[in-house]
Design a protein around this ligand. Structure first.
Ligand code: ATP
Ligand code: MG
Length: 296
């Protein structure tokens, strides 16, 4: 059974996209899974990391990015064809079992009008259910669908929540970065209750962890209790912090550059070490823990 997991945080720059791409590549290349990445973010970062700018331009000009799906609903057109839009064999690792539904920066121009979809379709399609009604029939051939969400809980992210079995929250472990997390959990919980959704929290993933930072070390110590309290107060099944912490690794941005041509996953994420381990070792740990949590 395919498992659909959204990667969500209101805060920008906490490694949602990096984690989505690394995890997808790892599940595919190291564990033989079939994975679909859905790039829901108008910033289009996961798309550029997985297919590069030239391919993105080509498919966007052919109407095969998710912008066109939402734009179709606003304009009563039918440009987007999910079968054509699904890009197979993506990533500069040329991973046969990794697919992508791409985003487009043109999304920025319509993101504030997505609520009009209800009116434009005479209430046939809810602005939160565009993905659910248009593309979820394509998911069954995958083991995992990972949804990279923009840094907000607006209509686009709500489309991800509507189709998801789980979500997880990547966060840098300092006080300011974790400040808004109770609101995220509460907002998603209220939304899913109101709409009878199945989505559950898979946990919080510590990212960009610097073991030499006092703020990060203090954060790591206090996070488990603070995170657990959120669920206790809402009286819902608690989620926990992932045991794997992804370290601050300056080679990360470089590794995400589509124009480099690594031969293997381990080469791509093994150019330098963080502490005494390569980045790929942390990502493999994360993938194992992710699969265990999703199966539990
Ligand atoms: N482990 C890491 N170590 C160092 N830098 C990292 C790490 N993970 C991500 N980064 C860098 O941090 C920046 C933000 O990462 P990313 O784009 O994945 O965050 P995001 O949460 O998706 O941001 P946004 O909210 O804008 O979508 C990027 O420049 C990325 O290369
Ligand atoms: Mg992002």
């Amino acid at each position: 059974m395919v498992k659909i997991v959204s990667v969500i945080n209101l805060k920008g720059g906490v490694a949602k996209t990096t984690t989505t791409v690394q995890l997808a590549e790892c599940l595919t290349s190291e564990f033989g899974k079939k994975v679909l990445v859905i790039d829901l973010d108008p910033q289009t970062n996961a798309t550029i990391a997985l297919i590069g700018e030239d391919k993105w331009e080509e498919i966007d000009s052919q109407g095969q990015t998710l912008f066109h799906l939402f734009n179709d609903k606003l304009k009563n057109t039918s440009t987007f064809d999910v079968k054509k839009a699904l890009q197979g064999g993506v990533s500069n690792l040329r991973l046969k079992s990794l697919s992508l539904l791409a985003s487009s920066i043109k999304f920025i121009d319509i993101q504030d009008r997505i609520s009009d979809i209800s009116k434009e379709t005479e209430h046939v399609i809810s602005p939160m259910e565009v993905l659910k009604t248009s593309i979820s029939s394509e998911f069954s051939s995958f083991d995992y669908v990972l949804v990279d969400c923009p840094p907000n809980l607006g209509f686009i992210t709500k489309n991800g929540i509507e189709i998801s079995d789980y979500y997880f929250i990547p966060s840098i472990p300092d006080n300011l970065s974790t400040y808004g997390i109770p609101q995220i959990v509460k907002n998603i919980h209220d939304f899913s209750e109101k709409r009878s959704l199945k989505i559950q929290c898979l946990g919080l993933l510590v990212t960009k962890y610097s073991s030499t930072s006092n703020a990060h070390r203090r954060g790591i110590e206090t996070l488990p209790a603070r995170f657990g309290n959120i669920f206790r107060e809402l009286k819902i099944t608690p989620a926990t912090i992932f045991e794997t912490h992804i370290p601050q690794a300056n080679a990360t941005a470089e590794a995400m550059d589509y124009e480099s041509f690594p031969a293997t996953f381990k080469e791509k994420y093994g150019r330098t070490k963080s502490g005494d381990r390569y980045l790929y070792e942390y990502v493999i740990d994360l993938a194992k823990e992710f699969m265990k949590r999703v199966a539990a």
